[in-house]
Design a binder for this molecule. Structure first.
Ligand code: SF4
Length: 257
C-alpha cells in the first residue's frame, strides 16, 4: 500500500506536489516521466525539488521510455495501414499522440500497488476529472484550485519556469514537450521569437520528417513545415515592427505638442 504522485513539474502537478507537502498529506513516492524532450526549465525545477523530497523522506523515481523519444520519432520501423512502411512515428500530438501512450503506460505500471495515486488535474479540467477513477485522486480538485490558481500558487512560492529571461507560461499555454505538435500557432511564433535554441531543434527535426509540423494554409496556399513557419513568422514580425514605428513616432509627436 503506497501513496504515489505523478509529477511532470509543470504548473498543475508542481502546485499539487507543493500542496501535498504543505498540508503534510501522506506521500511515499514522486514519479517523474522524463520524455527527454522537456524544456530546460522543467529539469531545473525537478533539480530544485529533489533535495526537498529527500529531506521529507519522499522517494523520487525518474522513468524514461524504453526506447529514446527520438528513436521512436525518427527511426523506429513502422508498418501502418494508412502510410505503409516507413521509419519513425513522426511528430507526436494531435490524433497521433504515441508519446502520451508510452508515458501513461509507464506511469500506471509503476504505481500498480498504489492505495492513492495523486494526479495534477485542476478543478476546471472537467473532462479529465470525469474520467478519473480510483486509486487516482486529484488533490487540486479537492482544494478547488483552477489552472490559474495553480500557476499563481507556484509563482507565489518562487517557481517561474524562466528561460532566456522569459517566463514560459507567459508565452506558452502548456509547458509540455518542446517538440509537441499540439502547440498552437501563437506558441510556435513565441518559440521562434523568444526561444531560438528550441526553434533550431524544431528545424532539425523537420528536416528528417516529411510531414509538416502544422498543416496551415495562408490565402489558399498550404504551408506548415517549420521552415515555412519561420518565413511567415519573420515577415509578420517585420510587418509588426514597421507598422509600430510610425505609430510610435506619431504618439511621440503628439505628446511633444
Ligand atoms: S506533450 Fe506532446 S509531444 Fe509530448 S508526449 Fe504529449 S503529445 Fe507527445
Amino acid at each position: 500500500m503506497a501513496f504515489y504522485a505523478s509529477v511532470s513539474f509543470g504548473k498543475d502537478s508542481l502546485a499539487m506536489l507543493l500542496l501535498l507537502l504543505e498540508k503534510k498529506m501522506p506521500l511515499d513516492e514522486v514519479i517523474f516521466y522524463n520524455s527527454g524532450m522537456e524544456f530546460q526549465a522543467i529539469y531545473d525545477i525537478r533539480d530544485q525539488m529533489k533535495p526537498v523530497l529527500e529531506q521529507r523522506g519522499v522517494r523520487f523515481t525518474e522513468v524514461r521510455p524504453d526506447a529514446p523519444f527520438l528513436y521512436n520519432m525518427l527511426e523506429r520501423p513502422v508498418d501502418s495501414k494508412k502510410n505503409g512502411f516507413h521509419l519513425g512515428y513522426g511528430w507526436c500530438g494531435g490524433p497521433c499522440r504515441w508519446g502520451t501512450k508510452i508515458k501513461t503506460r509507464s506511469l500506471d505500471k509503476l504505481a500498480l500497488d498504489a492505495e492513492v495515486h495523486y494526479v495534477g488535474i485542476a478543478v476546471d479540467e472537467t473532462k479529465r476529472l470525469e474520467k478519473l477513477e480510483a486509486p487516482k485522486f486529484s488533490p487540486l480538485a479537492e482544494a478547488g484550485m483552477t489552472e490559474a490558481d495553480c500557476l499563481a500558487f507556484c509563482y507565489d512560492r518562487g517557481f517561474f519556469w524562466e528561460e532566456n529571461g522569459v517566463r514560459l507560461y507567459d508565452i506558452l499555454d502548456r509547458v509540455s514537450c518542446w517538440c509537441c505538435k499540439n502547440k498552437n500557432r501563437k506558441e510556435l511564433k513565441n518559440i521562434y521569437q523568444f526561444l531560438p535554441q528550441y526553434w533550431e531543434r524544431l528545424k532539425e527535426l523537420q528536416s528528417h520528417i516529411p510531414m509538416p509540423m502544422k498543416p496551415y494554409s495562408r490565402k489558399g496556399v498550404p504551408y506548415g513545415n517549420v521552415f515555412d513557419l519561420e518565413w511567415v513568422f519573420e515577415r509578420e514580425i517585420q510587418e509588426e515592427l514597421c507598422g509600430a514605428a510610425p505609430k510610435k513616432e506619431r504618439r511621440r509627436r503628439e505628446q511633444s505638442r
